[in-house]
Design a protein around this ligand. Structure first.
Ligand SMILES: Cc1cc2nc3c(=O)[nH]c(=O)nc-3n(C[C@H](O)[C@H](O)[C@H](O)COP(=O)(O)OP(=O)(O)OC[C@H]3O[C@@H](n4cnc5c(N)ncnc54)[C@H](O)[C@@H]3O)c2cc1C
Length: 382
């Protein structure tokens, strides 16, 4: 189903949107009818960041997002009274592009820095204090979840959610975009694809474009490898797990089945009811691969056993659990893509790419890459 969300913030809560005064809230007619100048495929952080730069430079933009909501891997779930982030955990501060977006353009009192530090643990379940230098850099999140950032960024932008682009066709002058119903949803001069590289490559495979362009893109995009990740949310009454001096633990020797463990209630009082604790447990890539097909209950039990060993106490069955499978969680750092090599071939066809495959699997980097890709498109258009 194709649904235009222009984008109303969730009705269940009201956010104060600052610094939006004076920006055009009325969508341009071209954007409404899918005849914009640029179609952005994917409304994750890089697609949203790119869309703002393009609009700031006067281009009409329309975004197509496969999922029912924006945000991509920087998302939030609200289940059984818990508010938690199954994907990105926080956004690193002290990065120029994301600081400007988080602290200025999309500033909101909802933005909070996580107060407690991150500590480390090793394969022998030994817990150590974290690096004070790293812990002095702000870790940004939002009272009602990281999804808030994407919702703030999408506000006022024409975003079609629940609309997967399954095929592109190059006509010589423009690009036709097809949805899963094999229906043309737009005809645009410029396309910016922000899906993770393997999904971008799948789209290119099904598309109609000059053969040499298609082959080069498949070679370039095919270089990126992503790690899978199983992310679990597990809740117990708070008395089961007393407060800790840390917000989260990260595995330092990359030899433990758990890669990350965080206490969601440390992100603020709005996340978890006061009498509960909710832990986010991310399983290491190899461990995630090996247990991918386990059912959710079996995964929750295994994660509880691993946690019991790590924390040195026998935990009972969790009262709540939720499992998110991320087949394309994070790009392998050694397989990042060369933006020059990709765009050297695609830019003459007015086809552009963005996303964390070019820069590394971090939210602040995805925002920066979105801006850079938009500037690349603008430079080509001049
Ligand atoms: C478990 C996990 C933990 C992480 N932890 C952190 C962290 O703590 N801090 C941090 O900074 N980063 C973290 N990251 C990384 C961060 O979330 C990503 O790097 C960043 O969100 C990537 O943004 P993006 O816009 O490039 O891609 P995405 O968020 O993947 O956005 C791409 C969008 O394109 C859409 N799409 C794909 N194909 C199509 C199509 N054909 N048609 C329409 N739409 C399509 C997708 O649905 C998606 O919404 C984590 C990621 C994961 C998975």
């Amino acid at each position: 189903m194709r649904r235009l969300v222009s984008t109303t913030l969730e009705a269940e809560r009201e956010l104060k949107v600052h610094n939006m005064q004076g920006r055009p809230e009325i969508m341009r007619e071209q954007e409404r009818t899918g005849q914009a100048e640029v179609a952005v495929i994917g409304a994750g952080l890089s697609g949203l960041a790119a869309a703002h730069v393009l609009r700031d430079h006067g281009l009409s933009v329309v975004l197509y997002e496969r999922e029912e909501q924006v945000g991509g891997r920087a998302t939030t779930r609200m289940r059984s009274g818990f508010c938690f982030d199954p994907g990105a955990q926080y956004i690193h501060g002290q990065a120029p592009v994301s600081d400007a977006l988080l602290l200025e353009r999309f500033a909101t009192p909802e933005l909070v820095a996580i107060a407690k530090p991150v500590w480390t643990f090793d394969s022998q379940n030994r817990i150590h204090e974290g690096d004070p230098r790293l812990n002095s850099i702000p870790r940004w999140t939002y009272q009602h979840g990281l999804l808030t950032l994407a919702q703030l960024m999408a506000h006022g932008l024409p975003v079609y959610t629940g609309c997967e682009i399954t095929r592109l066709a190059y006509t010589g002058q423009s690009w036709l975009l097809f949805s899963d119903a094999a229906k043309i949803v737009a005809e645009v001069p410029y396309v910016l694809v922000t899906a993770p590289a393997p999904q971008a490559a799948a789209l290119i495979t099904t598309s109609e474009l000059p053969h040499s362009l298609q082959q080069t893109l498949l070679t370039e995009l095919g270089r990126a490898r992503y790690r899978p990740l199983l992310s679990l949310a597990l809740a117990w009454p708070r008395r089961t797990l007393p407060p800790t001096p840390y917000y989260a633990l990260v595995n330092s020797d990359k030899a433990h089945p758990i890669s990350w463990l965080a206490r969601e209630e440390e992100k603020g009082p709005t996340r978890v009811p006061p009498e509960w604790t909710l832990l986010i447990v991310q399983l290491a890539p190899d461990y995630s691969r090996a247990h991918w097909s386990w059912d959710d209950q079996a995964l929750a039990e295994r994660a509880t056993a691993l946690l019991s060993d790590l924390l040195g106490q026998q935990l009972p069955k969790p009262d709540f659990y939720d499992v998110q499978r991320w087949p394309l969680a994070l790009p392998e750092p050694e397989t990042l893509l060369d933006a020059e090599a990709v765009h050297g071939t695609s830019a003459p066809y007015r086809l552009f790419f963005s996303g964390d495959a070019f820069i590394g699997g971090r939210a602040h980097l995805a925002l920066a890459q979105g801006q850079e890709s938009a500037l690349r498109l603008l430079a080509h258009r001049r």
